[in-house]
Design a protein. Structure first.
Length: 238
C-alpha cells in the first residue's frame, strides 16, 4: 500500500498537483480507485481491462485538469464514474457537484459521496439542469471528460457557469481540429474564445489536452436547447 501510495503521489505531482495536496488526497484517491476496480467494473462503468490502469489512465489523467480549475463551486457534467469530478473534489478540498443522468451511475456516485458530504450528486440531463435557477450560472468551473464533441459539450456546460467562470473540457489531440467550431459555439453562449491547453499527463503517448473557455457574458436564455437537440444539431455547424 505504501509503495502504491508513493507511486500515486509521484504521478499526481508530475501532473501538476502540489506535493501537499497530492499527499493529503492520496488515501482517498486509492480508495476511490479500488471502488472503481470492483463496483465500477461490475456495474459496467469501466471495462474489465481498465482495472490495472485506473490510477494511471483515469485518476492521474483527471488530476491533470487541476491547474486549470479555479476556486469556488465546481460542476462535473456527465460525471459517469466520477471522472474527473471526484478526483478534483479530493484534490481541491472544496467538494464538487456531480451531474449525471443515468440512475445506475448516480447510484454508484451516491456510494462515493456517502463518505464525503462535500460531494453532491445531482441526477438530471444537462439540458434540463442548465435551465434550473438553482444551478444556472452558479458554478465557478464546469468540467467534462468524454462528454461529447466540443461544440456540444460547450452548450451543455456553459449555462451552468457564472460570469468570469470557466468551462474546462478534457480532450485528445483531435481537439486541435475542433477549435474553429468550438469558437463559433462559444461566442453564441457568452464564452470567450476557447484556448487549447496541453496537460501534464505522465506517460501519455498522444498527449492530453483541455479546451478552456472563460464566461464573458450571460448565456442567452434559449440555451441549452431541448434534450437531445445540442447533439443532433451542434452549434458551429459541426
Amino acid at each position: 500500500m505504501v509503495a502504491r501510495e508513493t507511486s500515486l503521489i509521484e504521478g499526481l505531482v508530475a501532473a501538476g498537483v502540489d506535493q501537499d495536496s497530492a499527499a493529503r488526497a492520496a488515501p482517498d484517491l486509492i480508495r476511490f480507485a479500488d471502488l472503481l476496480a470492483e463496483d465500477g467494473v461490475r456495474l459496467g462503468l469501466l471495462g474489465p481491462a481498465e482495472r490495472e490502469r485506473i490510477l494511471a489512465r483515469h485518476i492521474i489523467d483527471s488530476a491533470a485538469l487541476l491547474p486549470l480549475v479555479g476556486p469556488g463551486p465546481l460542476v462535473d457534467v456527465g460525471s459517469g464514474a466520477g471522472l474527473p469530478g471526484v478526483v478534483l473534489a479530493y484534490l481541491r478540498d472544496e467538494g464538487a457537484i456531480l451531474l449525471e443522468a443515468s440512475e445506475r451511475r448516480c447510484a454508484f456516485l451516491e456510494q462515493v459521496a456517502s463518505s464525503d458530504p462535500s460531494i453532491v450528486v445531482v441526477r438530471g440531463r444537462a439540458e434540463e439542469v442548465g435551465r434550473d435557477a438553482r444551478w444556472r450560472e452558479k458554478a465557478a468551473t464546469v468540467v467534462a471528460r468524454a462528454l461529447a464533441p466540443p461544440p456540444v459539450a460547450l452548450e451543455l456546460c456553459a449555462p451552468l457557469v457564472a460570469k468570469r467562470g470557466r468551462v474546462v473540457l478534457a480532450a485528445g489531440p483531435s481537439a486541435i481540429g475542433s477549435l474553429e467550431a468550438a469558437s463559433a459555439t462559444a461566442a453564441e453562449l457568452g464564452l470567450g474564445t476557447p484556448v487549447l491547453r496541453r496537460l501534464r499527463v505522465p506517460g501519455a503517448t498522444g498527449g492530453g489536452y483541455a479546451i478552456v473557455a472563460v464566461k464573458e457574458e450571460e448565456t442567452p436564455q434559449r440555451y441549452p436547447r431541448r434534450t437531445g437537440v445540442p447533439a443532433r444539431r451542434p452549434l458551429g455547424g459541426r
